[in-house]
Design a protein around this ligand. Sequence first.
Ligand code: SF4
Length: 297
Amino acid sequence: MPARPKWMPKSGVLHYGELAHLAAIAVENGIRKVRVTGGEPLVRNELHRFVGQLSRIPGLDDIAMTTNGILLGEQAQALKDAGLKRVTVSLDSLDPESYRKLTRRDELTRTLAGIAAAEAAGLPVKINIVVMRGINDEQLPTLADWGRRTGRRVRFIEFMPLEGDRIWNRSLLVPGEEIVRRITDHFPLLPEAPREFAATEREYRYADGQGAFGVIASVTRAFCGDCDRIRITADGGLRTCLFADSATDLRGPLRQGASDSELARLMGQAVAGKKAGHLIGLPDFRPPALAMNSIGG
Ligand code: SF4
């Protein structure tokens, strides 16, 4: 999140019924998994009602959520009961001071409690850690060790130019290969497992059998070639790539009474025009106008 986000007017934000309607059309046309993201999804009122609407869509196999975890403790059980299947929590540091600097909030304790509550409710939890040189990369062994000790799956993610404060530059990027090497210095690993089709993460298992971690090398080992994700923003823009420079407006047609087949046609057209991938590191690269908190992580 940028320090001073620009909030969109409430009237522009799709309500749960509208979002579930678009999800149902997407599922009818081949989508099998839906992830509820943000910004921060748990700040929306009674999110479990939306998850309940999604869970009633025939043919939808998986409903996941990505959250900062702060409000998870009070909502985990209701979300699980409504049909949520799994949770990813963004947690870039286990050090209270570093967490506070990164998030501008003093909520590490609440986030950890949220993770525990989700697990107690029976939700599998993964932890996403964006690694930034000079900011949290010194904590790599501590974070890996925490994953090993708690049995939690941590995933280390290369820093991408999608943050609201526009601080990204190549020197802040810790390449996936370096992340693996620095963890190997502390905990020997088995050889890298082959990446599954359309998966974002590569898996590394500890040689002593104590679990595994993932690396999402979105910059240095991009997986755009088999990326099958599309995103619908809070205001109904369909984006076929995190780095797309435009979106297909679905809110307008939806509110003007477009038929399901027309909305499906618009979605199909957007997907057919999906670009080959991001251009990070190439001369033509321009960061997208929208930051990750507006696109959906
Ligand atoms: S950069 Fe775009 S195409 Fe590549 S993996 Fe991310 S969303 Fe998919």
